[in-house]
Ligand binder design. Structure first.
Ligand code: GMT
Length: 381
């Protein structure tokens, strides 16, 4: 198959899923064309089946806002025509789904019929998409997609609740590649962070408000009063300065390290004992899955799709959003006893295996085939 993938090429979860999916499809022998405004972060190597087409937006004095959506649609038309793609897969509704729809319409004028699949990742529905500024376009482009997937049942229900959806939505969860995410021997690193064998807690995110990173700090502050421990804050974003200030106010700076954006996240997870994800909303929680794959149990909120990933009392615990007392108590329950911690670590790994890339990839491929087949049937009617 020749597949065009459109995504945000940054460190965000949707871009990571899109890039990892493209890489896995290329490994299976499919030809994958990424069409974005810059090289996706995890696409930093050569593969015969992987291609990257840059969308460049021409600036012009008249434009206060350069029209990226039009530039993307034009690029899609160009790549589909020249590379003879079979299907487009766009990640994140805005503006990728509407650009794909426009490209599809233009291509029909050339006698080319290309179906497109839209994958909804979360904030494109729960935060941005619901906003009246975008809602009509999001609704329209979901309904005009030839296939629609969400990364959790919860996101599917949210989409159906808040938008007038006439299309069938298929749930395909996030996945994990165990070739990359597995426990790595990094004892020297562990000793450097926790010289007295303290427990290591970790949070990774883009430090946006929705992640409630302040709750991470406050939960940790309560845990470290009972259990000698360190906190690693990985990632960067708007809340970081406030989080650093909060650590000063709570007098815990010596126990908290802000590591910024990190590529080899699996190495840092490998030395960690507990992952904290107290998000306000979370359509799936890919970062928690990455932790579980490295045998790190998770304390998460019970928001959005997290209950579809985290099994309460098995591979971690869940608390209500904002209930830092409960999160701290449950964290202590996991961390205070070596045997309990070991059991939760093994269970985290067991749970992560349910989302093995090897299981999820065929689901995407079958779905593409089904969408292509349906589109061709419609074309010939
Ligand atoms: O988590 C973020 O803020 C990034 C965001 C994105 O769209 O890039 O992640 C969303 O998509 C991920 C991949 O499907 C999911 O695992 C995350 O749960 C989801 N984030 C939210 O719903 C807040």
């Amino acid at each position: 198959m020749k597949i065009g993938i459109v995504c945000y090429p940054t460190f965000g979860g949707s871009g990571v899923v899109a890039t990892e999916l493209g890489k896995a499809l290329a490994d299976e022998g499919h030809q994958v064309h990424f069409i974005t405004y810059s090289q996706p972060a995890r696409l930093d190597f050569f593969s015969a089946n992987l291609f990257y087409h840059e969308v460049s937006v021409r600036d012009y004095p008249l434009f206060d806002y350069a029209p990226y959506e039009s530039a993307l649609a034009s690029k899609l038309v160009d790549v589909v025509r020249f590379e003879k793609l079979d299907i487009l897969h766009v990640h994140y509704a805005i503006p990728h789904a509407s650009a794909a729809f426009m490209a599809k319409q233009i291509l029909e004028t050339y006698g080319i019929y290309i179906p497109f699949v839209t994958t909804l990742h979360g904030t494109d529905i729960t935060l941005v998409g619901k906003d009246p500024t975008y809602k009509p376009v999001v609704t329209f482009s979901i309904n005009k997609s030839d296939g629609v997937t969400t990364v959790s049942q919860n996101l599917k229900e949210d989409t159906e609740k808040h938008f007038e959806i006439t299309n069938e939505i298929k749930v395909i969860p996030n996945f994990i590649d165990f070739n990359r995410f597995s426990l790595k021997p990094k004892d020297h690193f562990k000793k450097a962070i926790a010289p007295n064998n303290e427990r290591i807690l970790i949070h990774t995110s883009n430090f946006r408000k929705v992640k409630r990173t302040g709750d991470v700090i406050r939960t940790f502050e309560k845990i470290q009063k009972k259990i000698p421990s360190k906190l690693l804050m990985v990632g960067d974003g708007p809340e970081r300065a406030y989080n650093e200030q909060l650590c000063r106010e709570l007098g815990i700076c010596e126990h908290v390290r802000f590591l910024g954006k990190q590529d080899a996240i699996e190495e840092i997870l490998s030395v960690s004992d507990l992952f904290l994800m107290p998000s306000e909303s979370e359509s799936f929680g890919l970062a928690a899955l990455e932790a579980m794959a490295c045998k790190v149990p998770a304390i998460t909120s019970n928001a959005g799709g997290l209950p579809e990933l985290n099994i309460d009392g098995f591979c971690g615990f869940m608390s209500n959003v904002g209930d830092i007392e409960d999160m701290a108590a449950k964290g202590i329950q996991i961390l205070e006893n070596d045997e309990v911690l070991q059991r939760f670590k093994e269970n985290a790994f067991i749970r992560a295996q349910d989302f093995d890339l090897k299981k999820i990839l065929p689901v995407y491929i079958d779905y593409y085939n089904q969408v292509i087949e349906e589109a061709h049937k419609l074309k010939t009617v």
